[in-house]
Write a protein that binds this ligand. Structure first.
Ligand code: E4P
Length: 217
């Protein structure tokens, strides 16, 4: 399963890329707004250069024509750029247009299996179902991932399921068991995956024993 980092913070991206732990990046307008300093195109280029893999950059238009023109600009920033469009009627049309021009497209804000079906029919490279936001309204976010997996497998769609809005390590474990193609994680959740209290306790005991023995490597 591919792991993407869900952030526009370059320091976090470099930290994870340096560890060789991430396969790409996803951003959204809210994440970018937190760190933008005016030169968004320059920032997008730096993000794309920091990782060896797809970087989702989202359009902010809501009509097909402007989405396509923004999408072309985003795709031209770097070969790693993937154009992210919302799962609306215009977004699906823009997806079809951009894919037809040879661009990769991530259809985002997916909350139902029927929406995921249309994203695949529109030729999306990725579909982003939002698990946490469904859970937030007492929905079954993880069930959606499983249902999309089943539908895509039933009909041989090659759109990759990019599980998004993941909030904790168990979300990631469940995604792996269900067979999501990719997970996008906030940096905090990525590093939480590495933590285990028995690892810390065991390491502490090993080093204490070693020090007491007074040996050296
Ligand atoms: C995915 O592409 C989105 O950027 C993200 O996962 C949304 O997560 P949130 O619901 O925690 O904001």
């Amino acid at each position: 399963m591919k792991i993407f980092l869900d952030t526009a913070e370059l320091s976090e991206i470099r930290r994870a890329a340096d560890a060789g732990l991430i396969d790409g990046i996803t951003t959204n307008p809210s994440l970018v707004a937190k760190v933008a300093d005016g030169d968004v195109t320059g920032m997008y280029r730096e993000i794309c250069e920091a990782v060896d893999g797809p970087v989702s950059l989202e359009v902010v238009a809501v009509d097909r024509e402007t989405m396509v023109s923004e999408g072309r600009k985003l795709a031209a920033i770097h070969e790693n750029a993937v154009v992210k469009v919302p799962l609306t009627e215009d977004g699906l049309k823009a997806c079809r247009d951009l894919v037809g021009e040879g661009h990769k497209v991530n259809v985002t804000l997916c909350f139902s299996v029927s929406q995921a079906l249309l994203a695949a029919k529109a030729g999306a490279t990725f579909v982003s179902p939002f698990v946490g936001r469904l859970d937030d309204i007492s929905g079954e976010g993880m069930q959606l991932i499983g249902q999309i997996r089943q539908v895509y497998d039933n009909y041989g769609f090659d759109t990759e399921i990019l599980a998004a809005s993941l909030r904790h390590p168990m979300h990631v474990v469940e995604c792996m068991l269900i067979g999501a193609d990719c997970c996008t994680l906030p940096p905090k959740v990525l590093w939480q995956l590495s933590k285990h209290t028995l690892t810390d306790k065991g390491l502490h005991a090993f080093l204490k024993d070693w020090d007491e023995a007074g040996t050296a490597i």
